[in-house]
Design a protein around this ligand. Structure first.
Ligand SMILES: *[C@@H]1O[C@H](CO)[C@@H](O)[C@H](O)[C@H]1NC(C)=O
Length: 432
């Protein structure tokens, strides 16, 4: 049996029945249409197509009036816009808090129960972990951010309670736990979409069950003629194929903090280090350099920041270097920095991989295991970048023109990818 056949058989065995039938009934009564369903494959919930589809086909269409949007305007929405979710008294609160409160208000509303009942438990996020578990990230900065998110939520809960009690005569009906549940779902499910002149954040039934992929099988769009949000196939698909879309060009840290997972592949990931940290791995540089203005530099999987290349070029150039030799020196220095950064971690990539092969043996909680995945992704990125910088340094000495072309392509590769207007997801800043 071919590998592909075996893989398909395995999928058939472990895929549970579609859990989205009640949701489909609710949606089709309101004009929704499509050929996707919710499936659990190997314990991971997601969307799949029910039949073969062609690239460019609309595979799901959800009317705007079945979606919940940010904002508090009520009563004038009609079919043209999403249902503004926020309660009137929440007008002054951040958009994601408004949406979360709108969700809580509708939890017992039969009109919305088919949608809101389709949500499972909120994803486990680093902000909910104990300090000891958080240490598995092996990164103080991440621990601080997770803690910050926890307290940000606590403050927003107090704001919401005060706003409610100023406007109503009774006391706030939701616990902090309810609020955290709703906001975690808003973070991980909401889509940003341009609706004509307006950019809105939307909760979209059924569509919100799609998993992230940086090389997705579908994309979501506004379909003005149908007053709907839709999913369009980006390639031909067979029945049962997973329907995925991109949640946006975020680094792994963002996926971890607000969605609770680490993508397997992510061309937009980076490791953010300070300039002085970079130089600390390069003995012999001029210690009097004032590098504060450079702040963080980003090490991406394909190439570092252009500013890092430039500054290192100035710092490391030696008398007698021709241009190719100077560039090779810079590339080797970056490889050295990558090795240094990787070696600073208390565990090796191989030890992390061993934990992930059999997480139950490690005694770690599910949330802590996700942090192990994240820290491994750091090490892998550094290793990959280091290796490609070494190779490029060698090439620089052999064929400078070709090496420069490759380096340029790697450095500019990211900015030349098409910018998507749409993205999914949240963040505590409220600015997303
Ligand atoms: C990188 O880190 C610095 C702080 O060291 C921060 O100011 C900057 O915003 C970070 N950059 C990104 C893209 O996260």
């Amino acid at each position: 049996m071919s590998f592909r056949k075996r893989a398909q058989l395995l999928v058939l065995l472990v895929a549970g029945p579609a859990f989205t039938e009640p949701l489909w009934q609710w949606l089709s009564e309101r004009g929704g249409d499509g050929c996707v369903e919710g499936k659990s494959v190997g314990g991971l919930r997601g969307l799949a197509v029910k039949k073969a589809v062609k690239k460019g086909e609309v595979i799901l269409q959800v009317p705007l009036r079945c979606t919940l949007g940010d904002g508090c305007k009520r009563g004038d929405s009609g079919d043209e816009t999403p249902v503004a979710a926020g309660p009137d008294w929440a007008k002054k609160l951040p958009w994601n808090v408004q949406l979360a409160l709108g969700v809580l208000e509708r939890q017992k509303d039969p009109e919305w129960s088919a949608f809101l009942d389709s949500w499972s438990a909120a994803p486990a996020l680093p902000k909910d972990l104990e300090e000891e578990e958080l240490e598995e990230a092996q990164d103080e900065d991440l621990e601080v951010k997770a803690g910050g998110t926890f307290f940000w939520l606590e403050d927003r809960y107090e704001d919401a309670r005060e706003a409610y009690e100023a406007a109503q005569s009774n006391s706030f009906p939701w616990s902090e736990e309810d609020f955290r549940w709703a906001l975690a779902h808003v973070w991980s499910r909401c889509l940003r979409l341009d609706l004509g002149s307006q950019r809105r954040r939307l909760l979209v039934p059924l569509l919100d069950l799609g998993n992230h992929d940086s090389n997705p099988s579908a994309s979501f769009e506004h379909l003005p003629s149908e007053r709907a949000v839709c999913l369009v196939a980006l390639r031909d698909m067979q029945p049962e194929d997973a329907v995925t879309y991109s949640y946006g060009e975020h680094p792994n840290e963002h996926f971890l903090l607000y969605y609770g997972f680490v993508p397997a592949e992510n061309p937009y990931d980076f490791v953010n280090v300070t300039f002085s940290k970079v130089l600390s791995f390069l003995p012999g540089y001029d210690e009097t350099l004032d590098l504060k203005e450079f702040g963080g530099v980003l090490l991406r999987a394909n190439a570092p920041d252009v500013s890092l290349l430039q500054v290192l070029h100035a710092v490391l150039r030696e008398a007698g270097d021709d241009d190719a030799a100077a560039q090779a020196r810079v590339l080797r220095a970056i490889a050295q920095v990558c090795r240094g950064l990787e070696q600073e971690y208390p565990t090796t990539a191989e030890e992390d991989e061993a934990i992930l092969r059999d997480p139950s043996k490690s005694g770690l909680s599910a949330g802590a295991v996700t942090l192990v995945q994240w820290r491994l992704s750091r090490k892998q990125l550094l290793r990959r970048l280091g290796k490609s910088m070494e190779e490029l340094a060698k090439l620089m000495e052999e064929d400078q023109e070709l090496a420069e072309r490759k380096l340029k392509a790697a450095v500019t590769g990211r900015s030349s990818t098409a910018r998507r207007a749409a993205a999914r997801g949240g963040g505590s800043s409220g600015s997303l």
